[in-house]
Write a protein that binds this ligand. Structure first.
Ligand SMILES: *Cc1c(COP(=O)(O)O)cnc(C)c1O
Length: 407
């Protein structure tokens, strides 16, 4: 029997087009960026050669020859796919090796890797919390943490952004009053290590102290700190010397590490439990051999080429102070993430469009990624930008900033 759609059939998804039109009218529609060059400082976007300030490829590892070679070797020897989830068809031994290398690197007992930082958060949080528990999350945490919290049966609340006293008040009340079914069994405090849109760093020492006081577990999402902060890029916990005081560290292999994937670092029982309950591990196919091999090579590079991180921070200081001296509002960043805040959504989009015409690829970030009225162009310098590259970008920002009366 064949079926043909009657031509008179109305499109049940027609409302999507109305939503899209509405987004366009409000300057909230984000175009996809088509890159024909590699993810590097000098690349080609929409057919135009540009200097990129848009990627999270902080250390240039996305095109590092050692990572590329490692990936090619793995493809030749092991093929391109893994064929199933780890608990069913197994996974390449390279993943085990990567997890051991990461555990040693991060000074933890065990690491579990997953397909992305997003699935690391959205898979871990609901797996380790239940209906007698409470999750307390920084109000500006990443969307993948919010997804994880939504998937959990636990009660949830937020604490004011980076506010240790605010967290103390929330935890004090939670311990005193309990939840719907009596005292909370477990409380999980979650924060980004580095906040991705403003580039500010969580006050982790204070957060750990407060969490200890109320016997709460601490989880840190270190996506933008992995490879950037701490010795050899070990992250925020190393930056603050808090080893042993953060129960769960989530990291990404997709940003400074240059490849793709996410990981959860902590105690052995955390990893063992997640292998039984974390849905992205149980129900989604594991990373291909080339990805694991390239990530292992990336750890070698982090250990052996610390000068990349030194260059990243030199470039950060140079670029940030130049923009500030020109009079741009760069917010409260303490890291290589430097937002140039325009406020108005249309203005931020125009700023990005004009910069692009001037050969600088720096994307606008708008609602809902940031609050309405806080629209910006977010820049991230890398270790691979030369001073000339950065000066070209600064000159473009000056020209366009004056045009748009941002400075
Ligand atoms: C980018 C990011 C993620 C997601 O990482 P992917 O590996 O790209 O999925 C998670 N958390 C934070 C804070 C991020 O910035």
């Amino acid at each position: 029997m064949t079926t043909t759609a009657p031509t008179t059939r109305t499109d049940p998804l027609a409302y999507l087009q109305a939503e899209i039109d509405d987004l366009r009218a409000k300057n909230l529609y984000r175009p996809l960026r088509i890159m024909t060059g590699p993810q590097a400082v000098h690349t080609t976007v929409a057919g135009k050669p540009v200097i990129s300030l848009s990627s999270n490829n902080y250390l240039g590892l996305a095109t590092h020859p050692r990572l590329v070679e490692a990936a090619l070797k793995a493809v030749r020897e092991l093929g391109v796919g893994t064929g199933a989830v780890r608990t069913i068809a197994g996974a390449t031994a390279l993943i085990e090796e990567l997890e051991q290398r990461l555990a040693t690197f991060k000074h933890v007992e065990a690491v579990l890797t997953l397909q992305s930082g997003l699935t690391s958060n959205s898979g871990t949080i609901p797996a380790i919390t239940g209906d007698a528990d409470l999750i307390v999350s920084d109000e500006l945490n990443h969307a993948s943490i919010i997804d994880g919290v939504r998937l959990s049966k636990a009660e949830r609340t937020v604490f004011p952004h980076r506010d240790v006293d605010g967290l103390d008040r929330v935890l004090k009340e939670a311990r005193a009053k309990g939840g719907k079914s009596g005292p909370y069994k477990n409380i999980l405090v979650i924060t980004d290590g580095v906040f991705s849109m403003d580039g500010d760093i969580a006050p982790l020492p204070g957060i750990c102290d407060v969490a200890d006081r109320y016997e709460a577990a601490v989880m840190v999402d270190d996506a933008h700190a992995s490879g950037v902060l701490g010795r050899n890029g070990r992250g925020t916990i190393d930056h603050f010397d808090l080893h042993g005081r953060v129960d769960i560290q989530v990291g990404t292999l997709s940003k400074a590490v240059g490849v793709m994937g996410g990981y959860i670092a902590g105690r052995q029982h955390l990893k063992d439990f997640l292998t039984q309950r974390c849905r992205p591990l149980l129900f989604s196919t594991s990373q291909p051999p080339a990805v694991a091999a390239a990530c292992i090579a990336a750890i070698d590079v982090l250990e052996q080429e610390p000068e990349r991180i030194a260059r990243l921070w030199d470039n950060t200081r140079f670029f940030k102070s130049a923009l500030q001296n020109l009079g741009f509002n760069t917010g409260i960043s303490e890291t290589p993430i430097t937002p140039v805040i325009a406020g108005d959504e249309a203005k931020a989009q125009l700023l990005a469009a004009r910069l692009f015409e001037e050969g600088v690829f720096a994307t606008s970030v708008i609602y809902p990624t940031v609050a309405l009225g806080k629209a910006r162009v977010r820049t991230i310098v890398t270790s691979e930008h030369s001073r000339d590259d950065l000066q070209t970008c600064i000159d473009a920002f000056e020209k366009v900033g004056r045009e748009l009366r941002l400075i």
